[in-house]
Design a protein around this ligand. Structure first.
Ligand code: FE2
Ligand code: FE2
Length: 255
């Protein structure tokens, strides 16, 4: 069994309010959940910063402090150059893709977490390009055929019932669908962007959407306001068991 914690849409913006919500989630993971003793990986699925500013990424690094192996990807509010300058000193503008390998558990498989960049500079919708998916193919090939694969990106690949978000998801996910179909080791896809805990399916596999840390978006029948400020910051726990099955639990975190 492997456990991947996912946090998404932190929108660091220099305000105490957003920072406190992110701190509450990290306190929960590092404290009550036992940190790296019980959680194999922490996945941060984009909209780390609110305006893609270097100061916001520095605030994120100061807050997302944990011994849990962590992998981050970018969303539409992020900026590749600012993120990579602050985190790695590179200032790159090409897609920021990364991978995290978790060793095999007792009787199970190893796990590969692919963190793919679905952002399009200057746009709110998203796309996974052919080069990004080819890079992901090479990572799966390197990991070997007995490895479970969790594929992560910011923009959902399908409609989830919030029109505002459905209009700026991955608008053409055919390449992603082909990629998923090629790889039976993919246990599921996970995204952020929608600021709502949701589970659906895509290309015949589970597709989970993480709750927002900074805020929650209303469903159409929950009210006319876009944001529902009454909800707690959220975290998703993805359990990948020895039968190669993905089970996702959601938690609202006090704070
Ligand atoms: Fe967001
Ligand atoms: Fe987003």
């Amino acid at each position: 069994m492997h456990v991947v914690a996912q946090v998404s849409d932190l929108h660091f913006n220099g305000t105490a309010e957003n920072r406190k919500r992110a701190e509450a989630v990290m306190d929960y993971l590092n404290g009550r959940c036992g940190g790296p003793r019980n959680i194999d990986a922490l996945l941060v699925t984009g909209d780390i910063a609110d305006e893609g500013l270097p100061t916001e990424y520095r605030e994120a690094l100061d807050t997302l402090v944990t011994d849990i192996p962590t992998v981050m990807l970018l969303g539409n509010h992020d900026d590749r150059a600012a993120f990579t300058e602050v985190t790695a000193g590179t200032g790159r503008t090409d897609p920021v893709n990364s991978a995290l390998r978790v060793p095999a558990s007792d009787a199970g498989s190893g796990l590969l977490v692919l963190a793919l960049d679905s952002s399009i500079p200057g746009r709110s919708d998203g796309y996974l390009s052919r080069p990004t998916l080819d890079w992901a193919r090479s990572q799966i090939a390197d990991a070997g055929p007995d490895t479970d694969v969790l594929v992560a990106f910011h923009h959902p690949a399908i409609d989830i019932g919030i029109g505002f978000i459905d209009g700026m998801r991955q608008l053409d996910p055919r390449l992603l669908a082909d990629f998923v179909a090629e790889h039976p080791g993919i246990v599921g896809c996970v995204s952020g962007h929608a600021h709502t805990a949701a589970v659906t399916s895509f290309a015949g596999r589970p597709h989970a959407v993480a709750p927002g840390v900074a805020s929650t978006l209303n469903l159409p029948f929950e009210g006319s306001a876009v944001i529902n400020s009454s909800h707690r910051p959220g975290v998703a726990f993805h359990l990948i068991d020895d039968a190669h099955r993905l089970t996702t639990h959601f938690r609202g975190v006090p704070g």
